[in-house]
Design a protein around this ligand. Structure first.
Ligand SMILES: Nc1ncnc2c1ncn2[C@@H]1O[C@H](COP(=O)(O)OP(=O)(O)OP(=O)(O)O)[C@@H](O)[C@H]1O
Ligand SMILES: [Mg+2]
Length: 543
């Protein structure tokens, strides 16, 4: 009987290991570009043909390798980046396993050209893991790796490659992620000679965002800057009003390393609380920095995950970081979007930070005429809605709101589904101030009502509120209390057309300023927009 267990030939073992690292052209791009960055490159170029199936080439101007290193680089577990396991703690390079190059060379026709001094150069050719030639080459300092016929010796894997356009898109995404990690490096990618990505070296992350996606996204982002204990959270969070149901960008970097972590993103979204309409997703770029021993990056074959020593703390802090980014009135949406006229407001990365001084509000202290800088306009309904929402939420969680006993109790009629909604929400209605009692048939007697402002119309508010509750409006709100509070705030708020006298306006502004998330109403619409003085003057024909 022949033995059942046999040691695999090295070649087969290499191919199996390659499956962990090399899944598709995009993973080759990722590994090669990471190597270029680890080698200190200032510029990295990627070329694809046939979606990477025919050719993937990555060139860099990094340190390069001498001949001995070039040979060694293709040996499994040969790495220049760590020497023993303790170096893994806090490892700062992308690579540390010494696996990527041999894995890629095992499943392709592979060529490495490199020079460490710009004078002597080496070319190593490998086919399906077999070294075919080591020869002289001429090139400047740096390294070029060319990967042809990916998976030529693994037909089953080759068959699984998607259409060239799909593979190309994945490769562009892989490069985009690294470009976000390293704004100080120039990147380009061409596919069948078409330039798909081309970004120069920049100093500021926002300029990289701009280079990758244009002003349309860059202008909607607010800076995140937060530190608690040894954890630092920086990056950008999108203005709530700009969140969209689809197509958001969500990236997390941990110690400069791109990580796929839906929990961190979810924690960040929790930081938006009620400012984003249900179903909308804000774009988020989050950079977490913490000591090397607080996180393990060696937990995933492609290093796409990290394990935090204290995940709960990290998530809490991410949420707090985003919440704080939204608090300043900087979150107010600019009128007219982009534009070079924003003066000191331009450049979300910079000066804005803290918040807007009170004097900028017209109506606050009457100093508006004398101030320079932007004016802020508020939508009185939205602003009021936000103020009410936050108050009501507290009342619902606490002792309830002060109610007024009506001199003449109201009698209102409702439909059967509305009566059901009343029944279901009786306790919440009571807490905001409505005391109701079912009469015969469809009638309800209202004996007390809230009194949130002098123009409040109790009967109309209750009717609209109950109709919303019965009709499932605001249904997307995760939490029943929040849903109720949002519905109530929407219906109880001053209507857009109501005339407010200056005192009432001033009071609303002050109350808005003390709200936790002042810049957006419960639908994610802005409560305030900023208007640069120059723009205001231009519109009145004064400039
Ligand atoms: N573009 C490059 N420029 C200079 N040296 C390189 C380059 N690419 C690879 N090397 C050298 O070859 C070695 C092997 O690279 P490889 O990607 O296989 O392993 P690694 O980066 O050390 O670890 P990992 O498998 O985690 O990526 C590297 O440690 C580095 O010394
Ligand atoms: Mg590597």
């Amino acid at each position: 009987m022949s033995p059942k267990i046999a040691v695999l030939a090295d070649r087969v073992a290499d191919q199996i290991a390659a499956g962990e690292v090399v899944e598709r052209p995009a993973s080759v791009v990722k590994e090669l570009v990471e190597n270029a960055l680890d080698a200190g490159a200032h510029e990295v170029r990627v070329e694809l043909e046939g979606g990477g199936r025919t050719l993937i080439r990555v060139s860099d101007d990094g340190s390069g390798m001498d001949r001995a290193d070039a040979r060694l680089a293709l040996t499994r577990h040969a790495t220049s980046k760590i020497t023993d396991a303790s170096d893994l703690i806090g490892v700062a390079t992308y690579g540390f396993r010494g696996e990527a190059l041999p894995s890629i060379a095992a499943v392709s026709r592979f060529e490495l050209e490199t020079s460490a001094d710009g004078i002597t150069g080496t070319r190593v050719r490998v086919a399906g893991g077999t070294v075919e030639a080591v020869e002289d080459a001429v090139r400047r300092q740096g390294t070029t790796v060319t990967v042809r016929a990916l998976f030529f010796n693994l037909p089953a894997r080759r068959k699984f490659l998607r259409a060239p356009a799909t593979e190309t898109r994945a490769a562009v995404e892989a490069l985009t992620v690294l470009a976000l990690a390293r704004p100080d490096v120039a990147f380009s990618l061409s596919s069948d000679a078409r330039a798909l990505l081309d970004v120069p070296r920049v100093d500021r992350l926002i300029d990289r965002v701009h280079g990758l996606w244009g002003r349309d996204l860059a202008d909607t982002l607010l800076p995140v800057e937060f530190r608690e204990a040894a954890l630092e959270v920086t990056g950008f969070a999108q203005r709530p009003s700009q969140a969209k149901p689809a197509g958001r960008k969500g990236y997390v970097f941990v110690r400069g390393r791109p990580i796929k972590d839906p929990f961190i993103l979810r924690a960040a979204e929790a930081g938006y609380r009620s400012t984003v309409a249900p179903g909308d997703r804000p774009s988020l770029l989050l950079y977490l920095d913490l000591p090397g021993d607080a996180v393990d990056v060696n937990v995933h074959p492609a290093k796409l995950e990290a394990r935090f020593r204290d995940k709960f703390f990290v998530e809490q802090m991410v949420q707090e970081a985003v919440r704080r980014a939204l608090v300043p009135l900087a979150a107010a949406a600019p009128i007219g979007g982009a534009g070079g006229e924003m003066g000191p407001w331009q450049g979300i990365g910079g000066e804005l930070g803290g918040g807007v001084p009170l004097e900028l509000f017209p109506g606050n202290g009457g100093a508006a005429g004398a101030t320079r800088g932007p004016e802020l306009l508020q939508d009185q309904h939205s602003a009021h809605e936000r103020v009410l929402y936050e108050g009501v939420l507290q009342q619902l969680q606490g002792d309830g709101a002060p109610a007024q006993r009506l001199l003449l109790p109201l009698t209102l009629d409702f439909t059967p589904p509305e009566l059901e909604a009343i029944d279901e929400h009786r306790e919440l209605l009571h807490r905001v101030g409505f005391e109701l009692e079912a009469l015969s048939g469809r009638s309800v007697i209202v004996s007390t009502a809230p009194n949130p402002h002098p123009r409040f119309e109790a009967a109309r508010c209750l009717q609209e509120l109950v109709s919303d509750l019965a009709g499932g409006r605001f249904g997307g709100w995760a939490n029943r209390l929040e849903r109720f509070a949002a519905t109530y705030a929407c219906r109880a708020a001053i209507k857009a057309g109501h005339h407010l006298d200056p005192d009432e306006m001033r009071e609303l502004v002050v109350r808005l300023l003390t709200a936790t998330l002042p810049a957006h109403d419960v639908h994610g619409r802005p409560t305030i927009v900023q208007l640069p003085r120059a723009e205001l003057e231009r519109r009145f024909g004064r400039s």
